[in-house]
Ligand binder design. Sequence first.
Ligand SMILES: CC(C)(COP(=O)(O)OP(=O)(O)OC[C@H]1O[C@@H](n2cnc3c(N)ncnc32)[C@H](O)[C@@H]1OP(=O)(O)O)[C@@H](O)C(=O)NCCC(=O)NCCS
Length: 195
Amino acid sequence: MIVPPRHALRASRALAHRWLYPPRFPPSPSAAGPTVHVRPWRRADAGSLAGLLGCTECEALDWISKQPLRLNFGRSAAFAIVARDSDEIVGRVELIVRDWESGRAEVGYHVASPARGRGMATEAVGIVARWALGDAGLSRVELLTDPRNRASQRVAEKCDFVLRGERSGQELYELRATAMRNSRPSMRVESPPPS
Ligand SMILES: CC(C)(COP(=O)(O)OP(=O)(O)OC[C@H]1O[C@@H](n2cnc3c(N)ncnc32)[C@H](O)[C@@H]1OP(=O)(O)O)[C@@H](O)C(=O)NCCC(=O)NCCS
């Protein structure tokens, strides 16, 4: 009889376990700050998302329809950034899990040009990073940005991310759960307004 090596057995057991019990994000990750709230995408947002991404409404709808499954399987969590004064979608922020074992995820974001410079990206990234390291149970959130993207670097700095070095020509910032627990809360997080 051929006996598979022990590491192969361990790897297949881990795969089977992950398939049977996929890591999941906690429900209702919506949260609000003073000027924006972040919430999961809805089908009705397809037009706004198409405007943000520069794609067709059909492509945006297709992307939105895949998000609940990605969230359920713990792969990523994508949110619309909504201005509280106008209730308009001004941007997006997304958390992509790189490795559940070590609790590592990456955050990406984008705010539409007319809404920039009002602190909206900072607020939205802060909300999502805190949710990721709090309720979602991850241990570190990474943020990669072009070395020339000063606006993005400022967002990282204002959200208490620490510059760790460089990865693939990008600046690598990181926020750890341990650091977050020790720092004073820099943002008031409220319940989201009713949808
Ligand atoms: C990066 C981005 C999300 C920032 O959005 P925003 O809502 O304007 O961000 P905030 O208002 O929260 O903060 C912006 C900060 O950058 C600063 N900033 C903006 N443009 C800048 C520039 N050209 N040079 C230097 N600093 C700049 C602002 O002054 C502010 O810092 P301050 O509060 O210390 O004054 C937005 O510019 C964007 O979507 N860019 C394109 C996509 C992108 O680069 N995403 C990040 C990929 S990691």
